[in-house]
Design a protein around this ligand. Structure first.
Ligand code: NAD
Length: 445
């Protein structure tokens, strides 16, 4: 990190939150017209500034412009469009049946979504547009004021958003704070009505502790090791293509990237060979030269990942270059559960393949560890699918196409246990950033 951010004292942070709270109290952010306008403007920010966004992400992560369009801009626009299309429907009061007999006839009950107030959105660096602006859009759609804190690790993107957001959004109801630990700590000392955090579990605990002081609800979008179970009946060429496409994009720095593979010993070798081919098809024989292959965000993460390259036996990849923060797409076999690569979320382009005797052992392996953000499986067997759903716990189960469950806005996205708490996307975003208020109306006579 080279940028030095302006200091933000607790007094500054308190003044900022007070200003936004006043706007929220005025009622302005609650009107449907205001919400629609903010969402439309946020959408315009994304579509007006594609080139500038692509430049910033190339500088921060060497992210390819096509991937920026797809996995940062268009996916956020899709989410905003969903809010714009359904907002009135989702905000409509929901009638509740009055089933009790001790209230007079004519009694009605309903629930209404009530904006929470002032939200704080703290985001991560790996998809620094999508992971920041999707929850910001959600907070606005739900009628909140919002403090927006981009990740300092994607510093060009942070700077760009700090410049653009005030030009597009209502600056009495939104504020961007750039910075790192010091600025975030000052913010976290304030009373917010919701804190939405995306990042690692260590900081997730800091966020939750700070929020607890004010009894502020939190959403924690965390990570972890998302396993992939590959059944012996699966078409390995197709499986390898899907795993390679999702594991190695953004150089593996995706919270829901496949972390490791569990399969039987015969399938392991064949899958490793198929993955070698799939990687070559995707990035050519020298991925370093492919301009759609990314780089590791910083030296700290590069060093952390380099230390994991020694686990197991390398079937493909293994090359690295610190000066460029390059780590080749790497597949490891003969990996044992106690090796370094299996101790923490990899969050990089290294894929270990571990062997298990059968599905029962795979399920036990998964259940012996933290609850993953996603559980992936490739199988044609309905019983296997049903068992994986019923006998494990994870944020999501996805058969057939890793990562893509998060592109379906009718599905909630979030973790469970160590992979997080709460969820968002589509109408779930509205529930997250609102209070579902109970309203009872009893006739007086
Ligand atoms: P990061 O370093 O960008 O940190 C996230 C945020 O926490 C930043 O805004 C940062 O300023 C703030 N922060 C850092 N240290 C802090 C401290 N001591 N006190 C207060 N705030 C602090 O991101 P990261 O944690 O490196 O992100 C990677 C992790 O995030 C991985 O575990 C990944 O799986 C997870 N992740 C989850 C999702 C999801 O949607 N579930 C998405 C992306 C990443």
């Amino acid at each position: 990190m080279t940028t030095t951010y302006p200091a933000l004292t607790e007094t500054d942070a308190a003044a900022l939150v007070a200003r936004l709270r006043e706007t929220h109290r005025s009622g302005r952010t609650k009107s449907l017209a205001w919400r629609r306008e903010q969402l439309t403007r946020l959408r315009a920010l994304l579509t007006d500034n594609r080139a500038a966004i692509a430049d910033a992400l190339w500088a921060d992560l060497r992210k390819n412009p096509a991937e920026v369009d797809r996995a940062e801009i268009d996916i956020t626009v899709l989410e905003i469009d969903d809010y714009l299309e359904h907002l009135e429907e989702w905000l409509a009061p929901q009638p509740a049946e009055v089933t009790v007999s001790h209230l007079p006839e004519g009694t009605t009950a309903r629930t209404e979504l009530d904006p929470l107030g002032v939200a704080l959105v703290l985001s991560a660096w790996n998809y620094p547009i999508y992971l920041l602006l999707t929850p910001v859009a959600a907070a606005l759609a739900a009628g909140n004021a919002v403090v927006i804190k981009p990740s300092e690790l994607a510093e060009q993107t942070s700077a760009l958003l700090a410049r653009l957001l005030p030009d597009y959004l209502d600056t009495e109801a939104t504020a961007v704070v750039e910075g790192g630990v010091a600025q975030t700590t000052s913010l976290l000392a304030q009373r917010f009505d919701h804190v939405f955090y995306t990042g690692n579990g260590t900081v997730g605990r800091i966020v939750m502790r700070a929020a607890a002081e004010h009894l502020t609800p939190v959403t924690l979008e965390l990570g972890g090791k998302s396993p992939v179970f590959v059944d012996r009946d699966a078409d390995l060429t197709a499986v390898a293509a899907r795993i390679a496409a999702t594991k190695f994009s953004n150089a593996g720095q995706t919270c829901v990237a496949p972390d490791y593979v569990l399969t039987d010993p015969d399938t392991a070798e064949a899958l490793a060979a198929a993955l070698t081919q799939a990687i070559e098809q995707q990035y050519g024989s020298d991925p370093r030269a492919a301009d759609h292959y990314g780089r590791i965000v910083n030296e700290r993460h590069f060093d952390r990942l380099s230390a994991l390259l020694g686990s197991g036996r390398t079937v493909t990849g293994g090359q690295s270059d610190r000066a460029e923060k390059y780590i080749a797409p790497t597949v490891l076999v003969d990996v044992k559960p106690d090796e370094p690569v299996m101790q923490e979320e990899i969050f990089g382009p290294i894929l270990p393949i571990l062997t298990v005797a059968d599905l029962t052992e795979a399920i036990a392996f998964i259940n012996d560890r933290d609850k993953p953000l996603a559980l992936y499986a490739f199988t044609e067997n309905d019983t296997t699918r049903a068992r994986l759903i019923a006998e494990t716990s994870s944020g999501a189960v996805n058969f057939g196409f890793p990562i893509f469950h998060l592109t379906v806005p009718t599905l909630p996205f979030g973790g469970v246990g160590e992979s997080g708490m709460g969820s968002y996307h589509g109408r779930y975003s509205l529930e997250t950033f609102s209070h579902r208020k109970a309203v009872l109306d009893v006739p007086l006579t």
